[in-house]
Design a protein around this ligand. Structure first.
Ligand code: MRU
Length: 357
């Protein structure tokens, strides 16, 4: 595994005049990512031709956000297939590697959905690595395209002057490019709407403070960073028009797993009559989960709560509960914004239609 400087790593010409680095790409037989754990202090890139490194990046959140880890899983599967020299079939060795990829992070369904998609490909008489790699490139393009469509569909939900609350990070880095919830905000800004974003810092790993604030600043979109506990007072003081978040897994009844603290925000929205939207591509829906009870919730290392980076911020030897995600009941969600359009209640029927088409 090697680290590259910003200049060495970039092939991306700025989109729409903005200078945002690629979240992930394939270059000369290697996967290249920007290390999201180092942002915003360092813009450093990692590259490797070993699928085990990509799995470590996913686990350590060097690459994170449901669509981005799905894309990373597809590239990891290609690397594994090349390493196993698989031809014409998914052999036992490759299957073992796919299980390692599937076990990296449990909550975002994107990894599972994408490995299932790869399994269905016709590999007869072909190098499995080549077939998986073609598909991985296709998935990356599709995810970015989906985000742009989400941005367009979301426009009708955003008033011309809007104060918008968001939680965690759902921008280009989390999605392969452009963003889901942040994509909606970005599309509104690009359409000339006057938006101001209230950004939850998102304890404990500060995806809001480190990544959303960094991305909004680069995009020139007005925002205020707030601690998670300030979302109530900020919602009232700035008269929030809406909240929009992303998703790691959406059950067929609309129950939505997303970054810890999302459920609290949805309850605040309900209490204050603020519409709470979820923006997510169809790759984040789980046709096998009938409610939030079917969604596995990842628990992280307690050190992430008791420390900030290497610095301890709580007493030693204490008990910690560190869920990475929570589940917002579908009833708290005013609508889902997907690349196929806006989905409203009743969710069981309307999400069913999305998943069947
Ligand atoms: O633990 P993370 O940082 O991977 O959690 C990410 C989130 O919860 C995002 O909101 C979600 O994946 C949607 S990304 C478009």
């Amino acid at each position: 595994m090697t680290s590259l400087s910003y200049r060495e790593s970039q092939t991306n010409t700025p989109q729409d005049g903005y200078h945002l680095p690629d979240a992930i790409r394939w270059s000369n037989g290697k996967v290249v990512i920007i290390d999201q754990t180092r942002l915003p202090l360092d813009e450093e890139f990692l590259s490797s031709d070993n699928y085990r490194d990509v799995c470590e990046w996913i686990k350590s959140l060097s690459i994170r956000g449901a669509p981005s880890i799905g894309i990373a899983a597809a590239y990891a599967a290609s690397l594994a297939a090349y390493e196993c020299d698989s031809t014409g079939a998914i052999d036992t060795k490759l299957e073992t590697a796919l299980q390692v990829i599937l076990a990296t992070r449990p909550t975002a369904v994107n990894i599972r959905n994408i490995i299932e998609r790869l399994r269905k490909l016709d590999v007869l008489g072909r190098s499995v690595g080549n077939v998986f790699l073609e598909e991985a490139d296709k998935i990356l393009k599709e995810e970015i395209e989906s985000c742009r469509k989400i941005g367009k569909f979301g426009l009708e939900l955003i008033p011309d002057r809007a104060v918008i609350l968001t939680h965690c990070h759902t921008g280009g880095l989390a999605t392969g490019g452009y963003g889901t919830a942040l994509g909606m905000i970005r599309a509104a800004h690009e359409a000339g709407k006057d938006v101001m974003v209230l950004v939850d810092e998102t304890r404990p790993l500060l995806q809001g403070a480190r990544l959303t604030a960094w991305e909004l600043q680069k995009l020139g979109i007005e925002f205020r960073l707030i601690v998670d506990g300030a979302s109530g007072i900020a919602m009232r003081k700035f008269k929030a028009d809406l909240a929009v978040v992303g998703a790691d897994r959406i059950a067929t009844n609309g129950d939505t797993a997303n970054k810890i603290g999302t459920y609290n925000l949805s309850v605040l929205c309900k209490e204050n009559g603020v519409p709470f939207y979820v923006a997510a591509p169809s790759s984040s829906f789980d046709s096998a989960a009938t409610s939030g009870d079917d969604i596995p919730i990842e628990e992280r290392n307690p050190d992430e709560v008791t420390h900030f980076r290497e610095c301890r911020s709580a007493p030693d030897n204490i008990s910690v509960y560190a869920p990475a995600f929570d589940v917002t009941p579908g009833e708290n969600v005013a609508a889902f914004v997907t690349e196929e359009g806006i989905i409203r209640k009743p969710y069981r029927a309307n999400i069913g239609t999305l998943l069947r088409d």
